[in-house]
Write a protein that binds this ligand. Structure first.
Ligand code: FNR
Length: 342
């Protein structure tokens, strides 16, 4: 399978299989506060994650690059990132590391947004040299290393050997001179995994949970022998955030991605301990179908929704969200109880 064709398949199937109905965020609700004692104008969206001071908690998370047709998507995403001061990650650069002729489809992101925060992205199979080259390709400010074991296993041409990942991640972390963020791609993360990462020196984790883009479904669409029984594999985003308890927060900053549909989901993730919230599928759908002005209006809408929720909860800063009481119900509560986290 041609890599650039795979990139286009991923976009097509991510758009077609998106889980835009209910998800784990619907199991989370707030205790109303009728006397918040603040005004909307006082609310602030700035946050800190992975030692980056960010004007917004929204992160345009890793999606694409590696094929001619992905250049336009990355260009549009980069314009949104620039105009709304959002940090942005590019899709896996493994394709460009093997075939430099496709590097421009990633570099467009830096070209459009020379002063913005841009994160490079590689898989945990990358060598130290490849990780460094990925950062250099974009003059990136940070490096994401993605973990996607189940996706690879379901991908017809995917990797089958996952040994040595933690050692390689540690070596990359020790040798690149930008912050390293280890992320899941939508199967969520257990505390046990996070502890292994922090023990290896990782200080920034994106729990990347189930509930939005489902790469088991995406790969099953591409496969002649789909394994549909794996489509519910993993932890949801809310379950993963509950896994990131005090022990984890003492050692790492945590962000969440997976199924954020609007600003209310973002503030829920923040109150569950996320310092920033990644968005992929929801933005891809907007970028795919709408001109840039409408994409910017969508981001403005999310920012407004976050500030409406902050006002109603009496939160001036996002960092205060961790002290907000939450009600967790349904399957999320049941599963969290089994893990001793409710
Ligand atoms: C992704 N994602 C992803 N992640 C990564 O680390 N490297 C990659 O190359 C890609 N590629 C990719 C392609 C497409 C089309 C999508 C939609 C997503 C995963 C992404 O960053 C995110 O973790 C998941 O999509 C979950 O977030 P959403 O989509 O539910 O908001």
């Amino acid at each position: 399978m041609d890599r650039s064709q795979r990139k286009l398949d991923h976009i097509r199937h991510a758009l077609a299989t998106a889980e835009i109905g209910t998800n784990s965020f619907d199991d989370v609700s707030f205790v109303p506060n009728s006397l918040p004692n603040i005004g909307y104008e006082q609310t602030r969206l700035d946050t800190e994650f992975a030692s980056f001071r960010l004007p917004s908690p929204l992160i345009i998370n890793a999606m694409t690059g590696g094929a001619e047709a992905t250049t336009q998507i990355n260009q549009k995403l980069a314009i949104i990132a620039r105009e709304r001061q959002l940090a942005m990650a590019v899709g896996s650069q493994m394709a460009a590391l093997r075939d430099p002729s496709v590097a421009a489809s990633y570099q467009i992101v830096r070209k459009e947004n020379p002063r913005g925060i841009v994160w490079a992205n590689v898989g945990a199979e990358a060598t130290v040299e490849q990780a460094q080259a990925a950062v250099e390709m974009l003059a990136a400010d940070g490096l994401q290393i993605h973990l996607n074991v189940m996706q690879e296993l379901l991908m017809p041409e995917g990797d089958r050997d996952f040994s040595g990942y933690l050692e390689r991640i540690q070596r990359i972390q020790e040798s690149v001179d930008v912050p390293v963020i280890v992320k899941e791609v939508g199967f969520g993360m257990a505390k046990e995994t996070m502890l292994k990462l922090t023990a290896a020196g990782i200080k920034s984790i994106d729990v990347g949970g189930r509930g939005g883009t489902n790469f088991a479904k995406v790969e099953n669409k591409r496969s002649a022998h789909p394994l549909s029984m794996f489509e519910d594999w993993g932890f949801t985003t809310v379950e993963s955030l509950l896994e990131a308890d005090r022990d984890i927060h003492a050692q790492a900053s945590v962000m969440a991605t997976g199924g954020a549909r609007h600003g209310l989901d973002v503030i829920k993730a923040v109150c569950l301990g996320a310092s920033a919230v990644g968005v992929a599928g929801a933005l891809l759908r907007v970028v795919h179908a709408h001109p840039i002005e409408e994409c910017l209006a969508e981001v403005d809408g999310w920012h407004h929704q976050i500030r409406v929720a902050m006002t109603a909860l009496g939160l001036v800063q996002l960092a205060d969200g961790v002290n907000t009481p939450l009600l967790i119900t349904g399957k999320t509560a049941e599963r969290a109880r089994l893990r001793g986290r409710a």
